[in-house]
Design a protein around this ligand. Structure first.
Ligand code: ADP
Ligand code: MG
Length: 366
């Protein structure tokens, strides 16, 4: 096991990169601590696979360093880095039995036969493929093949880390849930550093203790699921995490805060103060649908809005409201009553009203 540090890392697939848009990874520093269960979450094309391949050594970064326990490994081959990597699609030897497939990484490392047998049996049990051990891999279903592929990643006990690159893509939804729980269990049992790549927030938060959200070749936030929800560090995190995502409204500076069209939104004094010191005109406010309050009665700190739509999702409702031509989503419990086309009164609790300048959160000074 190892701590994996990425130092001033950047990567371009182009030989002569021009601007930042030519980089799959844009200048990042990050540490994956030893023994952690991590997810790397982001949309397709944001650089997740590139990052994993740089860690495992399949890709040489164009700039920066990869350190394992403080030692530079840029020059080490994938084999010498001792990383197990599981890919989106199964990598198995069709002509070998499941047992031999699982034993392969251990035989390569000259592990004694009796130990190999015990370890293969243990992993096969965890993945529930022990009855398939003596079948040829070519006779397995796609699900089973992927389990074998994962098993090959999990079987070695000496690895620095296991990297999973969207490993459950080919698995059917029922089994997906089960395997994700299994991976978590395996992490708890063996305490190995694991990095799990996915574009699915639910998958990320059920597996990981901490999630790195990646966007446009950068890690825009590294935090617990709660931190990503309550304190999104970047508008992308606000938008990508949560269902629906954060309401984000483009605004301009005003005396006591910000405004959009004729709507004045007061901010906390520290937010006003910090906003004065920044020059950018790219300003947004953000508030999650869970934190907007709706009330039938108006008061000093409410805004009158219209209910445009209501979606009943069984245990809660998503209300679409319009305030000064600006649509927002509000999450209410199922008891909420209101009629489409009627008026309601919104309020934004100050604690949950976030300010973003150049897409990054303006943080309260400690
Ligand atoms: P993700 O895994 O998050 O979907 P990738 O790391 O695969 O993202 O890709 C990041 C960016 O790098 C994308 O713009 C992609 O098109 C580009 N890219 C990935 N692999 C290669 C490659 N071998 N050659 C050139 N460009 C690539
Ligand atoms: Mg990928």
């Amino acid at each position: 096991m190892a701590e994996i540090q990425l130092k001033s890392l950047a990567h371009s697939y182009s030989d002569k990169p021009g601007g930042p848009e030519d980089y799959a990874i844009r200048q990042l520093d990050h540490v994956w601590h030893e023994g952690g269960a991590y997810a790397l979450l982001g949309p397709s094309g944001c650089g997740k696979s590139t990052m994993l391949n740089i860690i495992s050594g399949l890709v040489q970064p164009s700039e920066g360093e990869v350190l394992f326990d403080g030692k530079r490994v840029n020059e080490l081959s994938p084999r010498d880095r001792n990383i197990a990597q599981v890919f989106q699609f199964p990598v198995v030897y069709d002509s070998m039995t499941v047992f031999d497939n699982l034993a392969f990484p251990l035989k390569n490392n000259k592990i004694p036969k009796s130990r190999i047998k015990a370890r293969v049996q243990e992993i096969a049990e965890v993945l529930e493929i022990e009855d398939k051990l003596y079948k040829k891999a070519k006779n397995l279903t796609a699900d089973e093949k992927q389990k074998v592929s994962m098993g090959r990643g999990l079987v070695r006990e000496d690895v620095s880390a296991i990297l999973f690159d969207e490993p459950l893509t080919v698995i059917d939804p029922q089994l997906k849930w089960k395997l994700r729980r299994k991976l978590k269990q395996i992490h708890e049992q063996f305490d190995i550093t694991m990095v799990y790549v996915t574009h699915d927030q639910l998958e990320a938060s059920t597996f990981a203790d901490k999630i790195a959200v990646m966007y446009g070749g950068q890690i825009v936030q590294f935090g617990t699921p709660t931190e990503l929800f309550e304190q999104p560090n970047h508008t992308f995190v606000g938008y990508f995490i949560g269902s629906p995502g954060m309401n984000l409204v483009e605004v301009e500076r005003s005396a006591a805060g910000v405004r959009f069209r004729s709507t004045q939104v007061d901010l906390a004094p520290w937010q006003v103060e910090l906003l004065k010191r920044l020059t950018s005109k790219n300003i947004k406010i953000g508030i999650r649908p869970e934190f907007i309050q709706l009330s039938p009665t108006a008061s000093d700190d409410t805004y009158e809005a219209e209910i445009l739509d209501m979606e009943d999702l069984g245990t809660y409702k998503i209300i679409t409201v319009q305030l000064d031509q600006q649509e927002m989503k509000v999450r209410m419990n199922e008891e909420f009553e209101g009629a489409i086309g009627s008026r309601t009164n919104l309020s934004f609790p100050q604690q949950w009203l976030k300010l973003y300048v150049d897409e990054f959160l303006v943080q309260e000074p400690q």
